[in-house]
Design a protein around this ligand. Structure first.
Ligand SMILES: CC(=O)N[C@H]1[C@@H](OP(=O)(O)OP(=O)(O)OC[C@H]2O[C@@H](n3ccc(=O)[nH]c3=O)[C@H](O)[C@@H]2O)O[C@H](CO)[C@@H](O)[C@@H]1O[C@H](C)C(=O)N[C@@H](C)C(=O)N[C@H](CCC(=O)O)C(=O)O
Ligand SMILES: Nc1ncnc2c1ncn2[C@@H]1O[C@H](COP(=O)(O)OP(=O)(O)OP(=O)(O)O)[C@@H](O)[C@H]1O
Ligand SMILES: N[C@H](CCC[C@H](N)C(=O)O)C(=O)O
Ligand SMILES: [Mg+2]
Length: 491
């Protein structure tokens, strides 16, 4: 594709550079090691590196244009200059990455992005659409799931994935917009019909200075990313929902609110059952009952937001609400892994924030006749302030709380556990080795008890060390829970 055609399609002036018309563009890269002849290179100032340092090497490798800050030094290639080069790069790349699926929706919020994206995909699939989700679980279609390593992949991977999916015939994609992804313009480019906000609570305060800054990063979804005239689907029951609604209104988006305070899908009642729950909702003045085969108030919220996204993008109401009774468990989100020898169910959940841990405990509480035994930890090289809060929530909410390791990364695991334990009352237990901690919880469980293993969900490894010494030791909570239950005589 000619660079001039890209500029025209993206409505970008190439800054008076001569010869743009004749330049052939063969691809886009943000890492100079991926530059080939004909590539447009995005040189960004990052947390670890200054991409501008690699401009000469990128040009040497054949970059024909460089998107970078105005004061970057670009010699021997066209310089697309902008104070926000990541955004300009995404816009310039968008016409290159075609086709794209017709219907794109993005989900932001501290917790519930993966679940909502995946449940949206399932609802579309059941409505006969070719659908995919992109997020923490990777790129998921009805046939397979391929990991990308990040929740929100970099912009080139993201746009290339969308084109790949469209070529396979996928027309509908729901994807997660993490705050890192939003603040780094990783998901900019294609046309996004609707955005959803699930909730906001403490996380990532190592990356964002304050909760307000963290919220502002998320609100770029409504302020800038969703297309003019698109829809904002908002979970209305969160403390930050009112502010999210203000952003959507200020931008002139259509509002679709969901929850007990929702105006579009109003949750009237929720009754937990054995393996699921009954939801009573009001939609357009009509009361409906939904048999949701997932447990927990949090998963009810995510399923209803997913339904909101489907309806906001043209889905049929009767079909969508009916299909909710067939929704499948999202991998690692209140997923039942095994039954202990004494008959206690063992659930795996991805709760790695205080609010999520509270939600996971609340999800299981109605199913506990005896004691709730929780095994949990906090990740290394991440927000430290959340650790004692997680400790407090586990010791208040669970009957037995065992602190263990969860991806210590570059930190001393014992020091992380000590910070978690600082928030816990008497009786807190500490077993660093995750396998041993899971084993102890399962061995201890009696009939009527429920075991919760929180923090790693779908993850397949324990990350130990950082930089050159980083190792990922294979570890899967579901497998370990089954092995431990099996060894002890459960199933
Ligand atoms: C803090 C953060 O988000 N970092 C991500 C970000 O880095 P950055 O833009 O700051 O880049 P950098 O590494 O400083 O490098 C600057 C630029 O130089 C380029 N470069 C760098 C080295 C080189 O040799 N050549 C070269 O061209 C890089 O490609 C980059 O464009 O962009 C990189 C390229 O896409 C990511 O790999 C990197 O993710 C790191 C590994 C990471 O751990 N990110 C986590 C925190 C993250 O993003 N998590 C979120 C949220 C999770 C959640 O949902 O809670 C996620 O979306 O996954
Ligand atoms: N709507 C919700 N409200 C409160 N907690 C939730 C909600 N949805 C999920 N959770 C909790 O958060 C955990 C992670 O859920 P999920 O993976 O869907 O969120 P996420 O936003 O994608 O997380 P991440 O930022 O790590 O990608 C769940 O296992 C659960 O404990
Ligand atoms: N997207 C989150 C995942 C955390 C998962 C948890 N197991 C941990 O390692 O803290 C993060 O990178 O902060
Ligand atoms: Mg996620």
């Amino acid at each position: 594709m000619k660079l001039s055609a890209l500029c025209k399609a993206a409505n970008i002036a190439p800054g008076g550079a001569a010869g743009v018309a004749d330049i052939n563009v063969t691809g886009f890269a943000i890492d100079h090691r991926k530059v080939a002849p004909g590539t447009v290179f995005g040189a960004f100032r990052g947390a670890k590196f200054n991409g501008e340092d690699f401009i000469p090497a990128a040009i040497e490798a054949g970059a024909v244009a460089v998107v970078a800050a105005p004061d970057a030094k670009v010699e021997g290639a066209v310089h697309f200059a902008d104070a926000e080069p990541r955004r300009l790069f995404a816009r310039l790349a968008a016409p290159f990455f075609t086709p794209v699926p017709e219907t794109l929706v993005a989900i932001t919020g501290t917790n519930g992005k993966t679940s909502t994206a995946e449940l949206t995909r399932q609802l579309w699939h059941m409505a006969g659409q070719r659908a995919a989700s992109i997020g923490t679980l990777g790129v998921t279609t009805s046939g397979e799931s391929v990991s990308t390593g990040l929740t929100t992949p970099d912009n080139v991977t993201f746009q290339a994935n969308l084109t790949g999916l469209a070529r396979e015939g996928v027309t509908h994609v729901a994807y997660e917009a993490s705050s890192h992804g939003l603040s780094q313009y990783r998901i900019e480019g294609p046309r996004v019909s609707a955005g959803a906000f699930t909730n906001l609570s403490r996380d990532h305060l190592d990356y964002h200075a304050t909760m307000e800054e963290y919220f502002a990063a998320k609100m770029r979804l409504f302020d800038e990313v969703v297309v003019d005239g698109g829809t904002a689907v908002i979970w209305a029951d969160d403390a930050w929902s009112g502010k999210a609604i203000e952003h959507a209104k200020a931008r002139g988006l259509k509002l679709f609110t969901v929850g007990t305070k929702g105006e579009d899908i109003r949750l009237l009642g929720r009754t937990p059952g054995g393996l699921g729950q009954k939801l009573e909702i009001d939609y357009l003045g009509q009361t409906r009952t939904i048999d949701l085969p997932l447990i927990g108030g949090y998963q009810a919220a995510n399923a209803l937001v997913a339904a909101g996204l489907v309806l906001a993008t043209g889905g049929d109401a009767n079909g969508t609400f009916d299909a909710m009774k067939w929704l499948g468990t999202v991998r690692g989100r209140i997923e039942r892994a095994a039954i202990s020898p004494a008959g206690a169910p063992i659930y795996i959940d991805y709760a790695h924030t205080p609010d999520a841990l509270e939600a996971a405990i609340a999800a299981l509480r109605p199913h506990v006749a005896g004691r709730l035994i929780a095994v949990f930890g906090a990740g290394g090289d991440r927000d430290q302030g959340k650790r004692p809060e997680m400790g407090r929530i586990a010791s208040e909410g669970a009957d037995v709380a065992i602190v263990t390791d969860d991806n210590p990364r570059g930190e001393d695991p014992a020091a992380i556990r000590a910070m978690v334990l600082a928030g816990m009352g008497e009786g807190a237990r500490e077993i660093g080795d995750r396998r041993a901690a899971i084993g102890e919880a399962i061995a201890e469980a009696r009939a009527g008890d429920v075991v919760l293993i929180a923090g790693k969900g779908h993850e397949q490894g324990q990350i130990i060390g950082s930089g050159e010494t980083m190792r990922v030791l294979p570890f899967d909570d579901v497998t370990v829970a089954r092995e431990m239950a099996g060894t002890l005589g459960g199933k």
